[in-house]
Design a protein around this ligand. Structure first.
Ligand code: ADE
Length: 305
């Protein structure tokens, strides 16, 4: 997969893209990252890339000419490579041209998955108060926001997109399973993780994880994921693929008949840590008994969850 990034600040990318997994992925030829300075396409002697907005308003606007010509040049370079890539299965002469902007569609794991199916992406980092609208009309095919807040520019957003998409490319993580197991992959947050030692500052690793019983471990993890998602990101539950048994357990959690497995720390907010009704206090239940979520059972292990 190849990412071409158009930016006024290519130096911002050096650290984040040249360390750890992304560095290894580039060395292994699994991803390529091309950085292009938009200023190189500025036509005036001062190499200006921004100007005042017509009819006033705060800040500066990115001029259309340098950005438009930069996009066309990078697309042309890509087309030169296309003959070779076409033989390797590329069917797209022109890749998506994505402007990172707070006005774009909101980035998510499913958008990352969608983007990872392309062989190339052109990412355009906006700056100042925005980009002249005519560039969007002529050359941008998609706009992505990484969240409802405003950054000083699209560079950090582009790095987020490159990172999230790259880890979905086969081979980048090394262990294929982990890309799919992590938070959001199945529509739920990930279960809690533990490593050695078995006891730290008086807190023990849940016993089930030391049991070697894989079916029980799977079940424990699944209900930990469900409990965490209910407590921290209940909005995800509506779209998550759940069994009738799991839906029933969640309904009981919502009704306060069982408690969410210990959430830990100061987050999620107290009102979602425990919803047990007064007079109906039952011990925290990490996992309902197999095959019967309607019956109570003491927690196999609710500690540290
Ligand atoms: N540029 C400024 N803010 C942004 C955001 N939230 N997402 C993507 N690009 C941006």
């Amino acid at each position: 997969m190849r990412f071409d990034i158009l930016t006024l600040f290519p130096e911002m990318f050096n650290g984040p893209l040249n360390a750890s997994i992304l560095k290894r992925a580039q060395e292994a030829g699994l991803i390529q990252i091309g950085l292009h300075n938009i200023r190189d396409w500025a036509q005036d002697k001062h190499h200006l890339t921004d100007d005042y907005p017509y009819s006033g308003g705060a800040g500066m606007v990115m001029k259309p000419e340098p950005l438009y010509h930069a996009i066309q040049a990078v697309k042309a370079q890509g087309r030169e490579r296309f003959g070779e890539d076409a033989r390797a299965g590329d069917t797209e002469p022109d890749p998506p041209v994505i402007l990172l902007s707070p006005q774009g569609r909101v980035f998510s794991q499913s958008v990352a998955r969608e983007l990872s199916r392309h062989r190339r992406l052109i990412l355009v980092c906006g700056h100042y108060e925005g980009v002249d609208e005519r560039v969007c009309q002529l050359a941008i095919t998609d706009q992505i926001s990484i969240g409802d807040y405003v950054l000083t520019g699209g560079e950090l957003a582009a790095m987020v997109v490159v990172d999230a998409v790259s880890r979905l490319i086969p081979g980048v993580l090394g262990d294929e399973a982990s890309a799919e197991e992590e938070s959001f992959a199945g529509g739920l947050l990930e279960y809690p993780q533990y490593t050695r030692p078995p006891e730290f500052m008086g807190l023990k690793v849940p016993e089930v994880l030391l049991s070697g019983n894989h079916a029980e471990i799977q079940r424990w993890r699944r209900y930990q994921s469900l409990g965490r998602t209910w407590a921290r990101r209940p909005d995800l539950l509506a779209r998550a693929p759940l069994t009738p048994e799991e839906r029933l357990w969640l309904a009981r959690l919502e009704a306060g008949e069982v408690q969410v497995p210990q959430a830990g720390g100061c987050w999620p907010p107290p009102e979602r840590r425990s919803r047990s009704k007064a007079g109906n206090q039952k011990p925290p239940q990490a996992v309902p008994p197999a095959g019967d979520p309607g019956r109570e059972q003491g927690p196999p292990d609710s500690q540290g969850a």
